[in-house]
Ligand binder design. Structure first.
Ligand SMILES: Nc1nc2c(ncn2[C@@H]2O[C@H](COP(=O)(O)OP(=O)(O)OP(=O)(O)O)[C@@H](O)[C@H]2O)c(=O)[nH]1
Ligand SMILES: [Mg+2]
Length: 422
């Protein structure tokens, strides 16, 4: 089981409602308003971690809803804030808006946090609305209601180095010798079915190596495990091209080298332009390494480093680690993928739509109305008066008339219906 793409639903918590409450105490007449604010809802926060390498956690769990804020209460008590929901993803996960496919974030660095959805704001309690002219407000504000969104998570592993080569040449064995990874190793093709990552220590420094399933001729047409996993090494800086030099299976190292390079080219030009270090493995089985290297150079014209190693006897393994580390110092780290859309949820407090639904009925909707109505208690005369005042002042009534509405026509706004009068 290996998941490198997942679609999940996320929702920040709703804001809690503010409340209407008045101070009550024996012998104290007309206590003032003491309704507390609602708590903010919890946010949805993605966290990058190098402790996980797959998106397997999202195989069954698809809904991630943060906690709602609690409603306020009397005696100026604030509602409790909803808890944030932190969703841990492997480093290198790209988060996209499922609807538009735009990139929201690249979870590039370990511990990087991305606040994808902010919790809904808590509503104000009536104590907040007290003013010199309004001593006893009988209204409070509702909490902000949040929306559910779908996002796609895509894993584009961040490794500095990738081991490429034919199956069974000893890639996983090498990874197990140089790093903390313990991949499966066996004497047959396609032992490795999914990418493995390992951290290689070099004195006080370290780098990350990815071991991917072996490639065979025709991988670009889907042969073997195909090109599927090359997407995982697109962000590496260096390829370590692993070749079985023993000839035990009748292979010719220079032919293997050309075949793999051709497959890389067929997959995408970027991978085939990465610098390579050639590693000849299984040198414990031969005693003419230098002749084999010379022949390889002659057949391939390869001018880069060639290091002969044995993962069994550990011959030259330290030299290889040092060579890789030093080469990496000359290669800049790739930049994170550019974010196309910085925010998933953009608060809309301005849009306004006026539509005629029949001869004498108009519907007014949009972010402006929703935002305004959130703070209105229609059973309260003062609050209601404020609503009407804003509709006039912000020119909404004029716009409704411009849309063709006449005296006596019905206007619908959210749950509210009223007649247009002068
Ligand atoms: N003698 C010898 N055998 C080795 C060496 N390195 C790996 N092997 C053996 O080669 C076989 C294949 O090793 P793996 O590490 O599984 O090879 P792989 O390249 O990861 O293979 P796939 O996952 O199938 O692509 C195993 O039997 C290993 O024990 C080596 O340096 N010397
Ligand atoms: Mg393997």
């Amino acid at each position: 089981m290996y998941l490198d793409k997942a679609k999940i639903s996320i929702k920040a918590g709703n804001g809690g409602d503010g409340v209407v409450s008045f101070h009550r105490e024996k012998y104290v007449a007309n206590g003032g308003p003491d309704g507390g604010d609602g708590g903010n809802g919890g946010s949805i926060i993605f966290v990058a971690s190098d402790k996980v390498n797959t998106l397997n956690n999202f195989m069954y769990e698809k809904k991630f809803f943060a906690q709602n804020g609690q409603n306020g209460s009397g005696k100026f008590c604030y509602g409790k804030k909803g808890e944030d929901l932190r969703i841990v993803v492997p480093c290198g996960t790209i988060i996209k808006d499922a609807e538009t496919n735009e990139i929201l974030a690249d979870m590039y660095e370990n511990d990087f946090e991305y606040v994808c959805l902010k919790g809904g704001r808590g509503g104000k309690g009536n104590a907040f609305f007290k003013s010199p002219t309004r001593q006893a407000p009988h209204f409070s504000q509702l909490g902000e209601q949040t929306k559910k969104y779908d996002v796609v998570l895509e894993l584009k592993t961040i490794a500095d180095v990738a081991l490429v080569g034919k199956p069974n040449v000893g890639k996983s064995t090498l990874l197990s010798v140089i790093s903390n990874a313990r991949p499966k190793i066996a004497d047959y093709n396609f032992t490795t079915l999914y990418p493995n990552l390992g951290v290689v220590k070099y004195y006080d420094n370290s780098f990350v190596v990815a071991d991917i399933p072996g490639l065979i001729e025709g991988a670009s047409d889907g042969a073997g495990l195909g090109h599927e996993f090359l997407a995982h090494i697109e962000r590496t800086r260096l390829l370590v091209h692993v070749i079985d030099v023993s000839g035990y299976y009748g292979n010719v190292p220079s032919d293997d080298f050309k075949m793999i390079n051709n497959e890389l080219k067929l997959y995408n030009t970027h991978l085939s332009t990465l610098p390579q270090i050639v590693v000849f493995t299984k040198t414990d089985l031969i005693d003419d390494l230098h002749e084999r290297i010379a022949e390889f150079r002659k057949n391939t014209k390869f001018k880069g480093e060639i290091i002969g190693i044995s993962s069994i006897t550990h011959t030259q393994v330290d030299t290889l680690i040092k060579t890789i580390y030093e080469k990496l110092q000359t290669l800049p780290k790739p930049d994170p993928i550019k974010v196309e859309k910085p925010e998933l949820h953009v608060e809309d407090t301005t849009s306004l739509n006026i539509e005629k639904i029949d001869a004498h009925t108009y519907r007014v909707s949009g972010g402006y109305i929703q935002n305004l109505q959130r703070g209105i208690v229609f059973t309260d005369t003062a609050s209601n008066g404020y609503f009407q005042y804003r509709l006039e002042k912000d020119g909404i009534i004029d716009k409704i008339r411009e849309a063709g509405a006449q005296e006596g026509d019905t206007i619908c706004m959210g749950n509210l219906e009223f007649e247009l009068v002068d």
